[in-house]
Design a protein around this ligand. Structure first.
Ligand code: HAM
Length: 435
């Protein structure tokens, strides 16, 4: 039986056009991260499974992790997310570093998911994390970087929104207002996570399986209806939960000062499926009804370094997926096409005698930094032009016995069909004609 030519389910082959698109996305990620003074790092593809068992959350561990036992009997996993790795790396060196640490990476991650629009088994994820920032300020900066990336592609508040909540608020509501046990809280977290994906009846049923008293149910439903920061403030005041909500209220005031308020909406259903978050949590959503997906998710995690027996060092960060980002940009017409490579010029020759001249001209153009394709082998003009058309070169040159005799060549600019004659040994004029 012949082998399949297709890639493994839920993974992608990146042919040159896809690779050009990927480079375009990654270059912008690097540019925005570095503009905000984040430094690049990377880690290994595999980690010991235990690293994820400590704090990543049930769904990731039980349903999505790719794990295996290696030849030395160690249980290892292909990284499904980057946060445990970055925390492990920071735990090694943070004591000697001046704070805050600002790091970014674009790792590929594997999760055993049912492949569908916006969800694959392998994706690349732009991660930015800040460690050791003053309370509330790291959160603001991380939101600035995440929204800064989308804005860097030309997106505005018309295209996306940041749905935001705080684990401290949820814990205060569950513990002090609803008086739930930790087991009930745990279950209710999962229900909230699904609240927007199911019908009102299904939600009611799920809530009923965890909460029995009507007054408690009513309080929970009141919480689920909150959709603005003022509504949340008065809810917390009414139920005397303001203190328990910790630094969230001063944080929401900072949002206004930082210019982020126009992007941000309070959403009680944002709790995030990963166990390590302890404070502000958020997801960035496409506003288009055709693509209602989280492009990005993140939040604050105060205690992750403690799994390595380190002193607490608060972290805040986000992960933003390449698949969801490309879908978002496409939906809003913000993604250029990458069908053709961006090669400046095709140098070709009509007969054997011109070959050495073609080599020489190509070499001198490349020395000037002009991306040059040399057509390998003698070629008739018709063939050269159709090749230029297919590959999308900006200009073309053909060298034959006439050109060698006169020492002059004709350069054709494809976009406007304009031509100039230049000396065969004058690559500078070709360069400026094509720029
Ligand atoms: P996450 O919410 O699991 O967070 O993933 C972040 C983003 O990665 C999602 O919003 C989505 O865009 C993308 N993503 C996740 N899974 C897939 C998939 N199967 N296919 C395509 N895209 C996907 C985290 O991973 C956290 N570790 C982020 C973080 C960094 N928190 C703090 N620092």
């Amino acid at each position: 039986m012949a082998l399949s030519k297709l890639p493994y389910k839920g993974t992608r082959d990146f042919f040159p056009p896809e690779m050009r698109q990927r480079d375009f996305l990654f270059n912008k990620m690097r540019e925005i991260a570095e503009l905000h003074s984040y430094e690049p790092y990377d880690g290994p593809m595999v980690e010991e499974v235990e690293l994820y068992l400590a704090k990543s959350g049930e769904e990731l561990i039980n349903e999505q992790i790719y794990s295996f036992v290696d030849r030395g009997e160690r249980k290892v996993a292909i990284r499904p997310e980057m946060t445990p790795t970055v925390a492990r790396m920071v735990a090694q060196i943070h004591k000697e570093q001046s704070k805050p640490l600002r790091w970014y990476a674009i790792p590929n991650l594997m999760r055993y998911e049912k492949p569908q629009k916006g969800r694959l088994r392998e994706h690349w994820q732009f991660n930015c994390d800040i460690f050791g920032a003053p309370e509330g300020l790291g959160e603001i900066e991380i939101l600035q970087v995440a929204t800064g990336l989308l804005r860097g592609f030309g997106a505005t508040e018309e295209h996306f929104e940041v749905l935001l909540n705080d684990r401290r608020v949820v814990d205060a509501v569950f513990g002090q207002l609803l008086h739930l046990s930790s087991e009930q809280s745990h279950k209710l977290y999962k229900v909230i996570d699904k609240a927007k994906k199911v019908t009102a009846e299904a939600l009611d049923k799920m809530i009923g399986e965890i909460i029995y008293q009507d007054t408690v149910k009513a309080h929970f439903k009141e919480y689920l209806k909150l959709d603005t920061f003022p509504a949340l403030h008065s809810f917390l005041e009414r139920h005397e939960l303001k203190d328990a909500a910790g630094g969230f209220l001063p944080f929401t005031e900072r949002l206004h000062a930082s210019g982020l308020a126009k992007f941000v909406v309070y959403d009680p259903t944002i709790v995030r499926g990963l166990d390590y978050y302890t404070g502000v949590v958020f997801e960035i959503f496409d506003k288009s009804p055709d693509n209602r997906r989280a492009i990005c998710g993140g939040g604050a995690y105060a205690n992750l370094l403690q799994i390595f027996n380190e002193d607490p060092l608060p972290g805040v960060g986000f992960g933003l997926g390449d698949v969801t980002l490309a879908d978002f940009l496409k939906t809003h017409g913000l993604l250029p096409t990458f069908e053709k490579p961006s090669i400046s010029i095709l140098v070709s020759y009509l007969d054997q005698a011109a070959e050495a001249h073609a080599f020489e001209l190509s070499h001198s153009l490349r020395t000037l930094g002009v991306k040059t394709e040399l057509y390998l082998g003698e070629a008739k003009p018709k063939k050269v032009f159709s090749h230029t058309e297919r590959r999308g070169h900006r200009g073309v040159v053909m060298i034959g016995s006439n050109e060698i005799q006169t020492g002059e060549i004709e350069v054709k600019r494809i976009a406007d069909q304009e031509k100039i004659r230049v000396k065969l040994n004058d690559p500078n004029s070709i360069k400026s004609f094509l720029e």
